[in-house]
Design a protein around this ligand. Structure first.
Ligand code: SAM
Length: 266
């Protein structure tokens, strides 16, 4: 079940009810979850769980889940999203133990929805790796993605990541969202160079989501469009050829149709 990512007011009524009714809470850190329970004036039996737990510990928890209600929480936000839980849910499903969720806050989704970047297509790729070579590979791999990319980052590592993002992504628009739902929530957007200048002057603190705008559509030259149209006209009617080349290139279908008509008269 999801817990808040900063503002305790973001816990849902169903999550509170689930915490109240469950028999055991499996949590990442009993101190962190203990604070949440204290805030809700509850006291519950807690078991520490992370995905590095050995199979015996996981099976112990799943055995419990066969007869009792076990709630899984992470320190903040939605379990499994760069947090423990995948191995537990995967095994529970494999063993036909019912699983459901009380959905709620996740920094990735909140960041996307307020970033101003396209939200119709996106990928989440977890934490930016801490080592330089892995960082460059990471940004290279996401650079061609045609939707928005969401990554997790931390204050102390942001400047290095922006430097490497700039080398790989050039002037691509980036968005940095910091301390979401908290007192000092902050939004900054710009090229890596612009963001570097800002954060060098205002060293970033706290929790961060770094987003990368979609890869720009490849501009196709008129010469290449003609070649594609001529090829498509060999096996299609004019309107179909225009539609096919529009699908391949993202160019305007009506303009392609007009050009296809011209090409047929040449
Ligand atoms: N499971 C969590 C979720 O659903 O968002 C994410 C847990 S992950 C271990 C922690 C990372 O999430 C932070 O380093 C940061 O990148 C991001 N994050 C969590 N809370 C945040 C917040 N309030 N503002 C910005 N980023 C946050």
């Amino acid at each position: 079940m999801a817990t808040p990512i900063g503002n305790l007011g973001d816990i849902s009524l169903r999550s509170i009810d689930t915490l109240r009714r469950c028999d055991v809470i499996a949590c990442e850190d009993t101190r962190v979850t203990g604070k949440l329970l204290k805030h809700l004036s509850m006291s519950k039996s807690m078991r520490r769980y992370d995905d590095h737990a050995n199979d015996k510990a996981r099976e112990g928890l799943l055995d419990l889940a066969r007869t009792q209600a076990v709630a899984l929480v992470s320190d903040a936000g939605t379990p499994l999203i760069s947090d423990p839980g995948y191995q537990l849910v995967h095994t529970a499903r494999a063993e036909n133990i019912p699983v459901t969720a009380t959905p709620g806050a996740s920094a990735a989704i909140m960041a996307l929805t307020i970033s101003g970047l396209p939200s119709d297509r996106f990928q989440f790729v977890g934490f930016v790796p801490p080592k330089d070579a892995a960082r460059a590979k990471f940004f290279n791999e996401l650079s061609d993605y045609p939707g928005s990319t969401i990554t997790y980052e931390t204050g102390p590592r942001l400047l290095k990541s922006l430097r490497i993002a700039g080398e790989v992504l050039g002037d691509r628009l980036l968005v940095v969202l910091r301390e979401l739902t908290k007192l000092h929530e902050d939004f900054q957007s710009g090229t890596a160079e612009e963001l570097l200048a800002h954060f060098e002057a205002h060293p970033p603190k706290g929790e961060i989501v770094l987003l990368v705008a979609p890869a720009p559509e490849q501009a196709v030259s008129d010469h290449d469009l003609d070649a594609l149209l001529i090829e498509a006209l060999k096996t299609n009617k004019t309107s179909q050829a225009a539609a096919e080349v529009a699908r391949q290139t993202g160019a305007d279908r009506k303009l392609l149709y007009a050009r296809a008509m011209e090409l047929k008269t040449l």
